[in-house]
Design a protein around this ligand. Sequence first.
Ligand SMILES: NC(=O)c1ccc[n+]([C@@H]2O[C@H](COP(=O)([O-])OP(=O)(O)OC[C@H]3O[C@@H](n4cnc5c(N)ncnc54)[C@H](OP(=O)(O)O)[C@@H]3O)[C@@H](O)[C@H]2O)c1
Length: 222
Amino acid sequence: MKPYVILNAAMTLDGKIVTASNSSNISGEEDLKRVHELRRNVDGIMVGIGTVLADDPRLTVHKIDANPEDNPVRVVVDSKCRTPIASRITNRDAHTVIAMANEFKYDFIVTDRYDVFKKRGVDFFFSGDKKVDLPALMNYLSSIGIETLMLEGGATLNFAMIKEGLIDEIRVCIAPKIVGGVNAKTLFDGEGFDTMDEGINLELTDSFKLGKDLILTYKVLY
Ligand SMILES: NC(=O)c1ccc[n+]([C@@H]2O[C@H](COP(=O)([O-])OP(=O)(O)OC[C@H]3O[C@@H](n4cnc5c(N)ncnc54)[C@H](OP(=O)(O)O)[C@@H]3O)[C@@H](O)[C@H]2O)c1
């Protein structure tokens, strides 16, 4: 069992989701509203620890009119629990689950840090050896009632998720901008595939202009 997973991201025409110096104001106001509408319509929203450390996101619905119950469950994929205690993702605006790897479990659950997270209402899910087992995490999220999950990056987690066959749909906002940079992260980084034949095939199902940006929706064909 797994939730229906929608990867949503904003990128420049050259596929960058952030510059090498971590500037990530990519899309326009209309697109931000679209993203928050999507957040309101899903049960869960997931990011990797790299995104939490870089952006300190809230991952709540706050750019459109919304009630606290509209906020999806927030999930951080964070093998060693590097999430800072003061990060906004641990506030009480929404429920948060930190997914960790088994190797780090027993040293962590005896720490004061673990107690502080638990007092804030943060839940933990343990799977995998040194990295989070993503299929097991999807199964767990499904078991706690998450039927639709929005994946909000970053580049490393996006690739790991698509390689595991866990992404159903991709919605990408392409801003009319080019930033270049060999060290700037793209929509999918990770180790990549060696050949085009191994690449994941997509089917374009929708496209429209939104302000200055272009929104593309793809179904993932595994
Ligand atoms: N433009 C956009 O739409 C957008 C959206 C989101 C993020 N971003 C940008 O993306 C950047 C962050 O991307 P990132 O690639 O550095 O980090 P990331 O994808 O957010 O997080 C990757 C981390 O997740 C952890 N992880 C645990 N289990 C994993 C598994 N099975 N597979 C893969 N990762 C696993 C790993 O750290 P541990 O081993 O320590 O657990 C890994 O380093 C930020 O600069 C952010 O601004 C842009």
